[in-house]
Design a binder for this molecule. Structure first.
Ligand code: PMP
Length: 460
């Protein structure tokens, strides 16, 4: 991969422990050093150009090196590079961004709390929900419902909500009361002969049975990504979210939409909850909020949630929570400009239009001998490889086929994310029709290369 004589690579190996990385393999292989980005492209330190098919970490909506975001950051650095928002302090970028988010979001969401990351935001949600239920005199109502394969972050509490084994194993997690329910993925978890409607009904029954078994008076909130991202780009079956929302209402359970990936146009609608016809009590936003040029996340809450917290803060004397960087002025200024660009260039509409082309192009890959399922909506998708198409049997996990196929994508000049044996795509929202055709063409060549490799290894 990288030439290890390269001094940057050697320095990286010498000094860095990377997130989500096999550290020993990294010592052998070295880093892939990305040195510049422009639009949908990035370049590595050898000068090779890639289409960033994942928009970084599902996040660079407006593309790399957008001059308006740089200008917004510089102007804010000149004016007021830092101030906090504790003890009633405020500043224009935080005020204006909160106002903008409330204007864009479902009407029921009226107040905003800022954090630096999606993990901190979900951690904050847990604390808000606990604080609120204590304030309302129901201290036993503390448990969360989440789903297997959910991704809600990596802090002690948010990683507890995450439903991926890699985030729990040897971290002594989960550490908060949470029950993980069946992943709403019909193709993978639908039973033999079960219709999609029956699958939805089974999952909703599982949720209701869990609520009744645990006692509704103990269940505080249900959290979910409208479309699951890091767990494998999983679209819920028809009627799932309407059913979840109805159960939350029936049992007085707060519904939390984690829109960290879905938010700001990814599905071709401004927010994922719009796509599935529900309105959450709490919505969590990050990533595309600032195109990740600056670390920023926001929690939007309903009047009812706000009022319970506000009343209790008056009683105790404060809402004792917040970060040095909550509502950081440079991050908020960049976020505000980023949201203006998303609106002015109609990037949500672009995600719907170009997304439809991407999905149609990808649908062709369903005929590829390695492909079991092509799934997606708007500008997010995954192509999952299986050993047996009809039986949907996965390849032996020891082959690490997804990672291998992602390497072949790299060779083709396309960065994707391997999630097990699924290849995820989530390009910047500025991507064009021609570019998505090119993305799919490169992925198809990588799948052919993967098939040839499997044949050479004697696996197929
Ligand atoms: N929620 C979702 C849905 C996410 O995809 C992520 C990050 N991939 C997070 C929360 C956590 O965000 P962060 O990495 O900024 O802590």
């Amino acid at each position: 991969m990288t030439d290890l004589s390269n001094s940057l690579a050697a320095a990286d190996i010498a000094h860095s422990l990377h997130p989500y990385t096999n550290a020993r393999a990294h010592e052998d292989q070295g880093p892939m050093i990305i040195s510049r980005g422009e639009g949908i492209y990035v370049w590595d330190s050898n000068g090779k150009q890639y289409i960033e098919g994942m928009a970084g970490l599902w996040s660079v909506a407006v593309g790399f090196s957008e001059p308006r975001l740089k200008a917004a950051a510089l102007a804010q650095m000149d004016e007021l590079p830092y101030y906090h928002t504790f003890t009633s302090k405020a500043h224009a970028p935080q005020i204006r961004l909160a106002e903008k988010l409330v204007e864009m979001s479902p009407e029921a969401l009226t107040k905003v709390f800022f954090t630096n990351s999606g993990s901190e935001a979900n951690d904050t949600v847990i604390k808000m929900v606990w604080y609120l239920n204590n304030a309302l005199g129901r201290p036993q109502k503390k448990k969360f419902l989440a789903r297997n394969k959910a991704y809600h972050g990596v802090t002690v509490a948010s990683a507890s909500l995450t439903g991926l084994p890699g985030n729990h194993t040897d971290f002594d997690l989960p550490a908060i009361p949470v029950t993980h329910l069946t992943t709403p993925h019909y193709w993978r978890f639908g039973a033999q002969g079960e219709s999609e409607a029956q699958f939805t009904a089974r999952l909703l029954k599982e949720i209701e049975d869990t609520i009744l078994a645990e006692g509704p008076e103990t269940i505080a909130a249900f959290i979910g990504e409208p479309v699951m991202g890091a767990g494998g780009v999983i679209l819920p079956p028809e009627g799932y979210w309407e059913g979840v929302a109805a159960l939350c209402k029936k049992y007085d359970i707060l519904l939390v939409a984690d829109e960290v990936i879905n938010g700001f146009g990814r599905l071709g609608t401004t927010f994922g909850c719009e796509s599935f016809g529900f309105v959450p009590d709490i919505m969590v936003l990050s990533k595309q909020i600032s195109s990740s040029y600056m670390p920023l996340a926001a929690i939007l809450v309903s009047d009812a949630v706000y009022n319970a917290i506000a009343d209790n803060s008056a009683k105790i004397g404060t809402f004792g929570h917040g970060y040095t960087g909550s509502g950081h002025p440079v991050a908020c200024a960049v976020g505000l400009e980023n949201l203006k660009i998303i609106e002015e260039r109609d990037l949500v509409g672009n995600a719907a239009r170009v997304g439809a082309v991407m999905q149609a192009e990808l649908a062709r890959l369903a005929d590829h001998p390695l492909v079991g399922e092509v799934r997606g909506t708007g500008l997010i998708a995954a192509v999952e490889m299986v050993a047996d198409k009809a039986a949907r049997t996965p390849f032996d996990a020891k082959l690490k086929l997804g990672a291998k196929a992602a390497e072949f994508c790299n060779e083709q000049g396309l960065i994707v994310r391997a999630i097990g044996d699924a290849l995820a795509l989530c390009p910047p929202l500025i991507v064009t029709e021609d570019e998505v055709r090119e993305i799919v063409a490169r992925m198809e060549r990588a799948l052919d290369a993967t098939q040839a490799w499997l044949a050479a290894e004697g696996v197929i």
